[in-house]
Design a protein around this ligand. Structure first.
Ligand SMILES: *[C@@H]1O[C@H](CO)[C@@H](O)[C@H](O)[C@H]1NC(C)=O
Ligand SMILES: *[C@@H]1O[C@H](CO)[C@@H](O)[C@H](O)[C@H]1NC(C)=O
Ligand SMILES: *[C@@H]1O[C@H](CO)[C@@H](O)[C@H](O)[C@H]1NC(C)=O
Ligand SMILES: *[C@@H]1O[C@H](CO)[C@@H](O)[C@H](O)[C@H]1NC(C)=O
Ligand SMILES: *[C@@H]1O[C@H](CO)[C@@H](O)[C@H](O)[C@H]1NC(C)=O
Ligand SMILES: *[C@@H]1O[C@H](CO)[C@@H](O)[C@H](O)[C@H]1NC(C)=O
Ligand SMILES: *[C@@H]1O[C@H](CO)[C@@H](O)[C@H](O)[C@H]1NC(C)=O
Length: 444
């Protein structure tokens, strides 16, 4: 009897201590007005998923304010003062100013403002780090004044959108670090292109060109990333395409491990998932994945196939623009039409079905989600400048309409790819391969 009482007595203080610890952690996800954290102090999200504080690179010579995963402190998802490092951790203070700005001050230079959220509006604001990894500055009424999710660096995580606000012009894009030791803005950006059927592309500032495209959203996944189907048990994808906003985000189902999508210093995008057993990040997908994902590899009207000894070929009905260049393994000049289209001359054109591809670049394409594929074919045939069409939504056998009006760029064969219908002069089509009904129905 007395023994169990004794146990009970002993157990109580440790429970109380646990509760105290928990509330201390919870209190530390919040920064109130006129308060500051500095040095090795951190804000910790309520569930201890994310932390915010100062971290260093280059052998502790440069210090940055950032947010990282508690399970993997080197996995930094956001950096505030990317371009203005501090020299020492002891000199940095994150403070919520009297004006309601989040500011990073450098005590080594008279509290100079190294970074500011530039949000000043409400004197009642508080900043909180939540369990999604978002640092949110909100007023008393809970209205968001500023949030780190709206200012991505090189990473996005579940519930964080990337894309564009058509209404405000705000852009949520990724920009790579300069190198592993330098979070300042590097060579690559990963942005949403909304001129046509929306798609993401990686852009190199040094090369001044696109280096990789995801392909457009096809209702299920990005046209160039069939792998997305293999992890849909863990994540749910959400694509928004409205008059106000074009954006993409993913949600993690409850109990799913931590995950992140990172644009690395060489322009490669990686989806990584935390392997709790091994205690390391497992790479689920990377893009570009192979040479056929290199933007424009086979030039206009070319098509790339990694299983072929020579990966580039011309789409049927097209021939190499410069056979000499192609012989020297430089196919980027692409292909030209073998037989001119007959449409303008009052003749007949038809469509060749290129099956199982990543759709060509959609910049400049037109898209109508609310129509049938049959209607799409009819519209394309009726417009002499339409060079190809495809379903904008692959569900239920395909519906909707993307039309291309010029060169078809960056097309590749892909396991799990979709169908592209390429306009050719009727004489370049194998008539016997076209169902006679369709041929009759769609002749001009
Ligand atoms: C958490 O907050 C308490 C009380 O404000 C403070 O004493 C402590 O230093 C904080 N801990 C960290 C790690 O910031
Ligand atoms: C990092 O700094 C320590 C201490 O100053 C020094 O001994 C070490 O050589 C440095 N390492 C590198 C890689 O510069
Ligand atoms: C940080 O270090 C650099 C290089 O040593 C120096 O030029 C600069 O003045 C230092 N900045 C501060 C705020 O101490
Ligand atoms: C700099 O800011 C810190 C934190 O707000 C404060 O404690 C310190 O007194 C300030 N120093 C100066 C010189 O204003
Ligand atoms: C805040 O405004 C200043 C001055 O206009 C600008 O230099 C700085 O880049 C802005 N900071 C952010 C995070 O946008
Ligand atoms: C087409 O519209 C439907 C209904 O609004 C939507 O669910 C679907 O995602 C859209 N498809 C594409 C490819 O945008
Ligand atoms: C063909 O489509 C283009 C691009 O949408 C458009 O500008 C043009 O007016 C169309 N031509 C006809 C004849 O409808």
């Amino acid at each position: 009897m007395s023994q169990s009482r004794h146990h009970l007595f002993l157990a109580l203080p440790s429970v109380a201590m646990l509760l105290l610890t928990a509330s201390a952690v919870a209190a530390n996800n919040t920064l109130k007005r006129r308060s500051a954290i500095g040095g090795d102090q951190t804000l910790v999200s309520p569930g201890n998923i994310f932390q915010l504080g100062l971290f260093s690179v280059a052998n502790n010579t440069k210090w940055f304010l950032g947010i990282w995963f508690t399970v993997s402190t080197e996995a930094v998802i956001w950096v505030a003062n990317r371009d203005r490092p501090l020299n020492a951790s002891s000199s940095g203070f994150l403070s919520l100013s009297g004006q309601g700005d989040l500011v990073l001050l450098d005590a080594a230079s008279n509290n100079e403002t190294v970074w500011s959220s530039n949000s000043s509006s409400s004197a009642t604001a508080v900043a909180q780090l939540d369990d999604t990894g978002n640092l949110v500055l909100a007023d008393d009424a809970g209205s968001v004044l500023w949030q780190s999710f709206e200012h991505p660096t090189n990473t996005f995580v579940p519930d964080m959108r990337i894309g564009k606000s058509i209404k405000t012009g705000d852009e949520w894009s990724l920009s790579s670090w300069r190198d592993g030791d330098d979070p300042s803005a590097g060579d690559f950006r990963f942005v949403m292109d909304t001129q046509g059927s929306p798609e993401f592309h990686a852009w190199s500032r040094k090369q001044g060109r696109k280096t990789y495209r995801t392909g457009p959203w096809n209702g299920v996944r990005f046209s160039g990333i069939p792998e997305m189907g293999t992890y849909k048990g863990m994540f749910e994808f959400q694509f928004t395409d409205t008059a106000h906003e074009v954006s993409y985000m993913y949600h993690a189902y409850p109990g799913s491990p931590p995950s992140r999508v990172v644009l690395d210093e060489s322009g490669v995008v990686h989806r990584m998932v935390w392997d709790r057993t091994l205690g390391k990040w497992s790479v689920f997908w990377s893009g570009p994945r192979d040479q056929c994902d290199t933007y424009g590899m086979c030039g206009a009207f070319g098509v790339c196939n990694v299983v072929d000894a020579v990966v580039c070929d011309c789409i049927r009905g097209f021939r190499q623009r410069s056979p000499a260049e192609w012989r020297m393994r430089n196919p980027s000049g692409g292909c030209v039409r073998s037989t001119p289209l007959q449409c303008e001359r009052g003749g007949e054109d038809g469509f060749y079905a290129l099956r199982g591809v990543k759709l060509p670049e959609t910049h400049g394409s037109s898209v109508d989600n609310g129509t049938s594929l049959e209607e799409c074919r009819r519209r394309c045939l009726a417009n002499c400048s339409c060079t190809a069409y495809a379903a904008s939504d692959i569900r239920g056998g395909g519906s909707g309409c993307i039309q291309w009006f010029g060169e078809l760029m960056d097309t590749r064969f892909l396991n799990g790819g979709q169908d592209l219908f390429v306009r050719l002069a009727m004489s370049d089509l194998d008539i016997s391969a076209i169902p006679s009904q369709l041929t009759l129905q769609y002749r001009n």
